[in-house]
Design a protein. Structure first.
Length: 163
């Protein structure tokens, strides 16, 4: 997973920025990265927005706004989500790095490590089908069956690319 890079160093035009003070752009990048982690974890656990929002007492639309970074998640709500999604609060910040600039943060969030593979969409790991495929693949306990499934997928992909 790509890490967002958030600068705590003042831009050249604003050297009066205090250490730890973040611009609105930097805060937005953090909100988007945290929301994406909430969404990823929820999907990995196979939970719907409706199910999670019901537990926290929100509408699914509000959870959707959190996941897209449209609305900021409060500390208490983030803690509650960590309990529901069985992860420490720090998990939600794993893709946020306090080095670099705000532009780099958005770029790191938008571009996955798969960008160098020709024909692969840069947002591949954000797609629901990808996460479901990974979850199903690792749900296969037998190593031989897992290897056979991988071989089948590679064969299908190769056949599709030869058309």
């Amino acid at each position: 997973m790509a890490r967002s890079s958030i600068s705590t160093v003042a831009p050249a035009a604003n050297r009066s920025q205090v250490r730890g003070q973040l611009t609105a752009e930097q805060l937005k990048a953090i909100d988007v990265a945290v929301g994406a982690q909430v969404r990823l974890r929820r999907i990995l656990l196979g939970l719907s927005q409706e199910a999670v929002s019901k537990v926290i007492g929100l509408t699914f639309q509000q959870l959707q706004k959190y996941e897209h970074g449209t609305n900021r998640i409060s500390a208490s709500r983030l803690y509650q989500l960590s309990l529901i999604l069985h992860v420490p609060v720090s998990y939600f910040f794993e893709t946020v790095d306090i080095e670099g600039g705000a532009e780099a943060a958005q770029e790191a969030y938008e571009v996955s490590n798969l960008q160098d593979i020709e024909g692969m969409p840069s947002d591949l790991m954000k797609k629901r089908k990808t996460v479901e495929l990974v979850r199903a693949f690792y749900g296969i306990e037998d190593d031989r069956q897992r290897a056979a499934a991988l071989s089948l997928m590679k064969t299908l992909a190769k056949a599709a690319s030869n058309k």
